[in-house]
Design a protein around this ligand. Structure first.
Ligand code: URA
Length: 203
């Protein structure tokens, strides 16, 4: 039986050729998850952004920098978590030289769920933290309001233990420093709770 690491690599190779929805047409490449194949904590974002699309790695652009700062403040080494996205291609609208970020719709999230489910089945994390509403919808299988669910362990649609929090990019969109600080501290608190729960303690 191949190891989980090899099976993940095989799934990543399969996902690299994914044309299940039209998003691949305007993207450079599939951005698959990365991290230890036996990670206790899995973080799921929305979709790769412009920089992730070029680099082929999740959370390496501005939202990734915000996530990295929050992980460091929470005392979680990034390389201990498995980090992925609900949607594996960058949804964008070409506008001159720029590519404008577009939020994936429910159909695109649904079609792409097959890759996320396979990552989850292989990694078997003890806790999955959904970063933002797109990931939360993909994992809960229904509409969700983050502010109503955040801060506690819930059961995702597949029966796995999960938590939801705001997307790190929300910090960057806040209008002033005080609001940015508050959003940052909220993310750090949720990351700490998720890591505690993934380590076996209750959140
Ligand atoms: N935003 C996400 O949700 N995922 C990334 O990988 C980058 C930005």
């Amino acid at each position: 039986m191949p190891s989980a690491a090899n099976r993940l690599k095989a799934v990543a190779r399969e996902a690299a050729g994914c044309t299940r929805c039209p998003l691949y047409r305007h993207a450079t490449q599939t951005v698959f998850g990365e991290g230890p194949p036996d990670a206790a904590l899995m973080l799921v974002g929305e979709q790769p952004g412009d920089q992730e699309d070029r680099a082929g790695r999740p959370f390496v652009g501005p939202a990734g920098a915000a996530l990295d700062r929050a992980l460091a403040a929470a005392g979680i080494p990034r390389e201990t978590a498995y980090i992925t996205n609900a949607v594996k291609h960058f949804k964008n609208e070409p506008r001159g030289k720029k590519r404008l970020h577009r939020r994936p719709n429910r159909g695109e999230v649904e079609v792409c769920r097959v890759w996320l489910q396979r990552e989850i089945a292989l990694v078997e994390p003890r806790l999955i933290l959904a970063l933002g509403v797109t990931a939360a919808v993909a994992l809960c299988g229904r509409s969700v309001v983050i502010s109503r669910l955040r801060g506690r362990v819930i059961e995702f649609e597949d029966g796995r233990r999960g938590m939801v929090t705001a997307h790190p990019s929300a910090i960057l969109r806040m209008p002033d420093e005080a609001a940015r600080r508050e959003a940052f501290l909220g993310l750090v608190k949720d990351l700490k709770a998720a890591a505690r729960s993934a380590a076996g303690a209750s959140a």
